[in-house]
Design a protein around this ligand. Sequence first.
Ligand code: IMP
Length: 423
Amino acid sequence: MAVNLLLGLQWGDEGKGKIVDVLTSKYDIIARFQGGPNAGHTLEFDGIKHVLHTIPSGIFHKNAINVVGNGVVIDPVIFKKELDNLDKYNIDYQSKLLISRKAHIILPTHRILDAASETAKGKAKIGSTLKGIGPTYMDKTGRNGLRIGDLELDNWKEKYRNLANKHESMIAFYNVDIQYDLPELEKEFFEAIKVLKSLTFIDSEEYLQQAQNDGKSILAEGAQGSLLDIDFGTYPFVTSSNTTAAGACTGLGVAPNKIKEVFGIFKAYTTRVGSGPFPTELFDETGERMAKIGNEFGATTGRPRRCGWLDLVVLKYAVQINGVTQLMMMKGDVLSGFDKLKVCTKYNYKGKEIDYLPFSIEEENVTPIYDEVEGWEEDLTKMTSEDQFPENLKKYIKYIEDFIGVPIKVVSVGPDRKQTILR
Ligand code: IMP
């Protein structure tokens, strides 16, 4: 049985949580393969809004097994809070949440290091979510990390202490004014570890191999977006993992030839949270209107998201890198009421017209070149099928499909599960 992937094609926040939730009933297993609590996947159903950070979005469905893969970094404290929230809704996670022994643990000192590193960068800061993501992946690639499987060893606290001591010297080295109470943070951390240890730890690559042999269907749920990929994103304003399709292979132990459909999610416009280049960003009232109607505030940090027109150069790049086979367009409803819509089809890069993403898309190098299409007035949020779509929305969809060369199979017209139109 094949593995399907679901990935964000812009700078994150495309609405992956909602789509995984919609798709979950079709899969036996939902697996997260990278990132950590920097992600915030929002799901809305029965009038209640849930935000998940590390736990896969299949947790609200009765039968799906949810795997946190080896490529994920886990903060026990945040994980415990997520579990507490599931308890409130009587979600039985014990039987359907499995954690890879090879996943790395975010220590309290990783979070402090993140803050120290950002403070030391001053104006050049990444705009990190400050969840300790970068420092934890640094320890992973530096071969110093503490993994979930270590918690099953008698000497894990010793390993913890050695790592935390190293971090304390690094924090001192940054020489920035950051106040923290480590004993207090550790108390909370050790409590949370106890809860984490009550869950099932697995050799997830073996589990997923076996599941494939048994004919189980697997959906790998990406976090963040392709332009935040450590290799292919707008470096250094990126996260510290591979958010693109290849990350699912290394983050779960799935072989490339086992991947079948790659679902690529994008917003009908573009947003970005944190620092870094964003060629189609709007600084005027159009951008403000998108932010307001689209309720564009980070699910993890609450920060306002930067908004702008749809960038097809970015979208095409992400589709190529990921091998996207089906597109899903989110938040179509937010664009209702705009007289004209702009789409970026090329860049003016250092005085030359180009149609690909160059090494640097900083403002001083790149100016977007737009095409303009007609907007629509109609409210889409109550629509239940494509036949009800205004003609100009149909044209907008066709324009994107023709440009990218991949069909748009889903159009989302609101945050609820039900506001999802399949084509
Ligand atoms: P970090 O991953 O927390 O270190 O943040 C690095 C960059 O990625 C910052 O610009 C964040 O705002 C951005 N980022 C991280 N996770 C997400 C996400 O889930 N959605 C959108 N942006 C994110």
